[in-house]
Every structure is written in C-alpha cells, then in structure tokens.
Design a protein around this ligand. Structure first.
Ligand code: M6R
Length: 635
C-alpha cells in the first residue's frame, strides 16, 4: 500500500534520498509515485507507473527545474496504491492545495472526504484529482490561512484542527511554503507529520531528519528511530524534532538505536526477491527451531506467552490471505492433537462474529506485516469482548505487536520484499506447529512419545526443504508445460487443503491465471462442471502412517482420478517413494518422503516454484504483481 518518505537536512541531497527511499518502499505495492521539494517555492513531480518512470521524467526537465532538484534540502515522497480514483498522473501524490502553498502525502483513507470536499468547494477551493488526499491539502490550507489571519498560526494547533475534521486513517507528511506566513518564526524548511492508524516512523540523523512508512526505509540513512504512537503529530526540521499527541500534550521523543540494514534491497544474485525468499526458507525454519525457549516435554515453550492454555475453551484465528491459509493448518493440528475447537475466520468477516467471543476464548491474529487493517480491527474487537489475544507476526514493533504485547510471537523471517508471501507463509506454518505443541503439552493432551515424534519430524523439515531447492529445475520443467492455461483447480483434503489454497493464491497473484482450491470431496458438488482439457487439476495427495490420514490420501487420489476422466490435464503432488496410481497422472511432482501431518511446508515449495516459473514464462512482474499491495493498511 501507499508509502511515505521525507527528508530535511542541510546538504542538497533531498531528491536522491527521496528516490532511494521510494525504491525501498516499492515492495509495499504501488501504481504511481511522486516527490515534492521545498526550495523558495514548492515543486511537485509525479507520475503514474514505476519509480523508474518518475526518474525518467525528472531527467527530461529543463535546466532550471533540474537545478531545483539538485539543490533541494527538504522534501516528501510517496508511492501510491489507488483507493480513490484510478492510477493516473493527476491522482498520484503529492497533492497541493488550490494555491500551491501546501504539499501533502498520505497513507490511509479519509472516510468523510466527500462531505469535506463539498464544504471546501463552497469556500472556493478547487480540486484536480479524485483523491481523498487533495481534500487534506485544501482543508489544511483553509485552517492555516484562517489562523494566520487571526495571528494565531502554530503548526500543532493547525494539525489538531485538521485532525478534528478528518475521519479515517492517515499517516501524513506536509510541506509548507512559508511565503504566505511572513511572520513565522519557525524554521522554513520543516515537515509536519501526523499518525492515525497508519504506520509512520521518524529517522534521527546528524543535522538531518527523516520520516517513512517503515523503519527499514529510514535505516538505510540513519540508525536512530522514533516510533510515532497512534494519534501523535511531529514537526521535524534539520535539527529539531517536536512531538505532541492529538490532545496537545508534549511527548518526549524516545530514540531507539537499531542496526542498519544495508543488505535489505540486495537480491543476492537471484533474479527476483521472490526466488531469493523461496531459497531463504530452510534458514528461517532452522532459526525458528533453534530459538524455541524450552523444548522439554514437561515445559515446552515456543516463547513464554502470558496465557494459561489449559483454561482455553475455544480458539479463533483471524487473518487474511496467506496468513489465513496458514491458520487453517493450526485448526487441523489442534483438532487432531487436543480436540480443541478452532475457528479460522477471515479478519474482515470477524466484525460480524465478535459478539460470540468470551473471556475463556483465545483469539490469535496472524499477519506477516502486523499492519493489516482488517486484522488489527478484528483483534481490537476481540480485545474489547474480553478475549485473550495472541499474535503471530513477522514484524516487530508493528501495530499488531503493540496490541498483543508480550503475547506476540515474532517469526524470524526478516523483511519479505516480494509482494507474494513465501518465507513468511512457511514460517507461519512452523509457528502453528510449535504453538500447537505448546498448547497440547500445557493441556497434557499428547504423550511423551508422540511429542518426541512431532519434534523429530519438525526438525527434519529445514534439511528436507534445503534438498528440495535443488529440484527447482524439475519444477520449472513442469511449469513450462502449464504456462499456457488460464484456469487451474487445486484439490486436497485435510491438512493440505491449506496447501491447495495457498498454491492457488500464489498462482493467481504471480501469473494472473484463475485458480481455485477445493477440498477434493467438493469437486463433484459443482466445480467438476468446468473441467475439460483446458483446466489442469493439481492434486496434493501425501500418504500417511496414521490410518485416519491414509484414508484422506486415498480419497484425494480417488477424486483426482474422477477429474482426469473429464479430460483435465492432471498433476499429482506426492512423496518420492509413493508409486500408487502415479502412472495415471500426466505429470507427477514430488517432495521428499514425509508424513501427511507434517507435509504442508514441503508441499508448498513446488507450488511456489510452479507459480514463479509460470509467471516468469509469461513475463509477469514477479515481485510486484499488478494491483497488489504488500501490507493492506486500509479496510
Ligand atoms: O501482512 P499480512 O500477513 O496480514 O497480509 C495478509 C495478506 O494480505 C497477504 O497474505 C496476501 O494475501 C499476500 N499477497 C499473499 O501472498
């Protein structure tokens, strides 16, 4: 989703740093970008398309304009993911007020923007774009002029008046042209910031300060970070940082010193971040296993959650997208190990169910970014209903981490740059096994022998996964065969319905082909109608030593063969040594031998490769698929 970057200093490097910052925000997903620079006047440069397009158009500017770019010491930048108005040059940020004295970049949504817009038009303001952000620029302009006329202008007062009129979520960076306020005693080069339900951090430098939507962007430039809390404003100049909350209380800045992450934007020789991230999965999983706080049967602890798991009556998992798929595995695992009921609910649907939640329920939010608006809102509702909260997220100091505090497990997958999730997803799966083990042992639901067996199986996963990465070419060959199809069906049952859903999502996201996942028993209840030679069916069928799960395997094979009789090209995903019925499939993709119960992590890998290679074959933008955002910070 939208990304913000800002710079104010004394060296003429604003343009370069803003463009560099914007590039590190690209992973969030965007459709246009722009910068505003404050010299004697305010100048805005913006474009639909990639940052490369913005750079190209900057390179064609007149000498006079180039001079401005080269001399700038203060500016704001933005990557836009369209919410109000199509992706276009005009709708791209920054937006100015009608008089060209204010430039604003915004991440979030202003719900009452239509009402405000009508009011401002009535007052004589004009609008060029369809965005809610232009309303902020004009509203701030109106408030500012009014305060200046009364001799009362002050940045924080103006921002308080602004926020009192805005309904919705917003992270804002605002530049002001001081020529309209000649009596101002403020440093002319300063940036006004506001944070309300959208991420924003300040970077503290030597005679320069920064702001951005995420700390990793700022960490390229400096190692001192101030995390703005929700409902806080800040005014930064090259050597001052002032913070107040929305009530006008002065907040003392707390500077955290973090490690600079120079390698963040490095593909490490891989063609795409996605490929790099697929290849990082064994390391992430090993790290997770090595970080288990206590791995004894008596006291197993992934981390020391402040929750008595023995008292829990029901678990609700709330999440979106891939995180939602991963949570289906937790449902299956806990159902099988502890007979504990688990409901997995898409976060945006939780609003309608939160009244069912009570004090003996545990609500688990799963989110790679920790900033997904739907998941945050659902967790807030669960909290007010009295439920205990637990979070699994990949981002420390995210909104979800703030909400769940010590009951947050941080998956150590590091920043995922590619929009489509890979290593964060498999780390969520591993987190679910380990959390389930903690819950099952706390409830004394599993025997010591079974516990030992589970841990043994989990410990083999990073090793097997590492071996699988050498099979990339095998999966590539499969992908080439299927790149021309536009519709795919993924089938499985039991725990690997999770894998089928994730495989279908990866294929949709990366290749833009249509793909649907079904529990294979559902095939004959409708979806079978669309099967023919143009619709490949990918069946995930992993044998098991446990009789109940072996029956699941047999039923998947049976359903897969039903699909084949409808002429669908058939792909079987199964284990290395399984020879059962394999000759009946057009193509067999294999994973190392593993029991069905522990197979989702391994079974996901060929499907990640399949989606990647099909997308590559079709020439799609693998790391930044169209229309997608990495963290979806609006409802
Ligand atoms: O950051 P989150 O895990 O909360 O994000 C949830 C979904 O938006 C995310 O998983 C999305 O589906 C990805 N594009 C999957 O590849």
């Amino acid at each position: 989703m939208c990304g913000i970057v800002s710079y104010v200093g004394e060296e003429p490097k604003a343009t370069r740093l803003l463009l560099q910052g914007l590039k590190s925000l690209e992973y969030r997903g965007y459709d246009s970008s722009g910068i505003a620079l404050l010299n004697d006047t305010l100048s805005v440069y913006k474009n639909k398309g990639k940052i490369l397009d913005l750079e190209k158009s900057l390179s064609t500017l007149s000498d006079e304009e180039r001079e401005k770019l080269d001399q700038s010491i203060c500016g704001i930048g933005h990557t836009r993911w369209a919410t109000h108005g199509e992706p276009s040059d005009i709708n791209a940020h920054p937006h100015m007020d009608s008089d060209g004295t204010i430039a604003v970049v915004h991440n979030g949504i202003i719900r009452n923007y239509i009402k405000l817009k009508k009011e401002l038009i009535y007052k004589g303001y004009t609008f060029k774009s369809d965005t809610d952000t232009e309303v902020i620029a004009n509203l701030f302009s109106y408030i500012r002029k009014d305060l200046i006329a009364k001799g009362e202008y002050e940045d924080f007062l103006a921002m308080r008046l602004l926020s009192s009129r805005l309904e919705g979520s917003y992270a804002l960076a605002i530049l002001l042209n001081e020529s309209v306020n000649p009596n101002s005693t403020q440093p002319a080069k300063r940036i006004l910031l506001a944070k309300h339900e959208s991420p924003l951090v300040i970077g503290v430098g030597q005679l320069e300060n920064f702001a951005a939507s995420d700390s990793d962007t700022v960490l390229q430039f400096t190692d001192g970070i101030i995390r703005l809390a929700d409902c806080e404003f800040a005014v930064i100049s090259k050597n001052t940082i002032d913070i107040q909350d929305f009530e006008g209380n002065v907040i003392k800045p707390v500077i955290e010193v973090l490690k600079k992450n120079d390698s963040l934007m490095d593909k490490k020789g891989y063609k795409h971040f996605l490929l790099k991230e697929i290849n990082e999965q064994p390391t992430v999983l090993s790290k997770m296993l090595s970080l288990i706080e206590d791995s004894t049967y008596e006291n197993f602890k992934l981390i020391n959650f402040n929750i008595n798991f023995a008292e829990i009556e029901k678990i609700y998992c709330i999440a979106c997208g891939s995180a939602y798929h991963s949570a289906q595995a937790l449902k299956y695992i806990l159902g099988s190990w502890c007979s504990l009921p688990v409901d997995v609910i898409v976060a945006s649907e939780f609003n309608f169910q939160h009244k069912l939640i009570g004090e003996r329920d545990l609500v688990i939010g799963v989110s790679q970014s920790g900033e997904t608006a739907d998941t945050i809102l659902a967790l807030q509702k669960a909290k007010s209903a009295g439920a205990r909260l637990l979070a699994i997220t990949n981002r420390p100091a995210s909104a979800i981490n703030n909400l769940c505090g010590a009951n947050t497990y941080i998956t150590p997958a590091d920043l995922e740059i590619s929009v489509a999730s890979t290593k964060a997803y498999t780390s969520q799966l591993m987190a679910h096994y380990l959390l389930a083990l903690q819950i099952a042992t706390a409830r004394k639901a599993i025997s010591r022998e079974f516990f030992t067996d589970i841990l043994h199986n989990l410990k083999t996963l990073p090793v097997l996964l590492d071996q699988m990465l050498n099979r990339a070419n095998h999966y590539k060959a499969a992908a080439v065969n299927f790149a021309g199809y536009r519709d795919f069906i993924f089938l499985s049952r039991g725990i690997n319905h999770t894998t089928a859903m994730e495989g279908a999502l990866k294929l949709k996201e990366l290749s833009y082909a249509h793909a649907s996942a079904y529990p294979s028993g559902e095939l004959k209840h409708g979806p079978i109608a669309i099967l023919d030679e143009n619709v490949p069916v990918i069946s995930i069928a992993i044998p098991s030593i446990y009789p109940d799960e072996q029956i699941i395997y047999e039923k998947i094979i049976h359903n897969a063969l039903e699909a084949k009789t409808r002429k669908s090209p058939s792909i079987l995903l199964t284990t290395d040594s399984n020879q059962d019925h394999v000759e009946e499939f057009d193509l067999v993709m294999r994973i190392p031998d593993i029991d069905q119960l522990f197979s989702p992590i391994l079974a996901t890998i060929p499907l990640q490769f399949l989606a990647y290679f099909i997308a590559e074959n079709l020439g799609k933008d693998v790391d930044q698929p169209r229309n997608l955002a990495k963290s979806v910070t609006v409802e």
